[in-house]
Design a protein around this ligand. Sequence first.
Ligand code: PXP
Length: 260
Amino acid sequence: MIRLGVNIDHVATLRNARGEIYPNPVQAAAFAELGGANNITCHLREDRRHIRDADVRLLRETLPIPLNFEIAATDEMVGIAAQLKPHAVTLVPEKRQELTTEGGLDLSQGTSKIKAQIQSLKDLGIFVSLFVEPSVKDMEIAHKLGAEAIEIHTGHFCRDMARARSTVEAWGHVQILQKAAQAAHEHGLQVHVGHGLNYTNAQWMQVVPHCEEANIGHAIIARAIFVGLPQAVREMKALLNDTAFLPSKERSPCLTSSVT
Ligand code: PXP
């Protein structure tokens, strides 16, 4: 079974847009759990544009399911994580100007600091994951840095799948994720995926080997406007785990009609 981590950042975005106290992301986490979310993900950004410190504290105190705390690899954020002691920390790159996280961590150089941060979090019993590009080389580096899991950045995959014009082309994009996931598994890393996944592409995660967890936010919160959050979560969990949605090699009913 692929676990579904529901990212509630966008509930906080909506709250903050009007300077209100609603909708409350902590309440959203409870509704997501009602729909079958296996864990809750939130990203405390340096600029606090959506989730705020008080939200994370309340989530930590009240959540009956694991909290996956997404943070940049900075001293401030690692210090907050060390105080909060969430179930898991996912280290992500962060740029002030970006609309959302644009890619995986750059593991090509200067990794001694992140290695020490990973160790300090692990020493506190926190499970540490790194958000990385689907690159076989990065899986080896993530392992050497001491990470216990990687979250493969699926943003480019989702964009490419939306533009795919043939099943062969679509499977080519899938293969990139498959190779990265296999390499991660061979290095002893748990395989997670996330970013850009929605109700037209998440079913493909079933063919990503060893995929244990998908972290999904925007599509679920957007669908919740029409069907309610528990139902939006139920639908996504079904898509991630029901083989009825599994695309076949020959014909892919899950792709948009423009794909032949
Ligand atoms: N995983 C990571 C590491 C992210 O940064 C994000 C976005 O905050 C997500 C998953 C969720 O992405 P989306 O909102 O596109 O589902």
